[in-house]
Design a protein around this ligand. Structure first.
Ligand SMILES: [Zn+2]
Length: 126
């Protein structure tokens, strides 16, 4: 089995990050959202997948606070409005609440791979 991180669709994901966009796939057969991008639909096996840009808006599905030697940070699972889930972090809040609305952005730190992180939406429903 091919590692998803070596596939051409995953490269499209990295290219999305470089232009500041979180991309995912839409299956034209079963109409489910797929993430990470991959060659075939994990739900129905179709190869007819369409790359789409996510708006980055979602809801926190789970939150784990990690206690490191030097700092605490969180690992979250975010349910994006488009229907897929991503593991990420909310860097500006140590322990965000499950169910909170969040907005993704691409964080590019020096000498690191770009990644998607999330900010809390302050009481604004989009
Ligand atoms: Zn499918």
């Amino acid at each position: 089995m091919t590692d998803v991180f070596e596939t051409e669709p995953y490269q499209r994901y990295l290219e999305g990050l470089e232009r500041g966009v979180l991309v995912y796939q839409h299956c034209n057969e079963c109409h489910k959202a797929i993430f990470y991008p991959r060659p075939g639909c994990p739900f129905c096996g179709a190869l007819d997948l369409q790359l789409r840009d996510s708006k980055g808006s979602g809801t926190l599905y789970s939150v784990s606070v990690v206690h490191d030697k030097t700092q605490n940070y969180n690992l979250v699972l975010v349910d994006l409005d488009e229907g897929f889930r991503i593991m990420s972090t909310v860097p500006d809040c140590e322990a965000p609440s499950i169910g909170a609305r969040v907005k993704g952005r691409v964080e590019q730190l020096p000498e690191q791979e770009p990644r998607v992180v999330f900010d809390l939406c302050e009481g604004v429903q989009e």
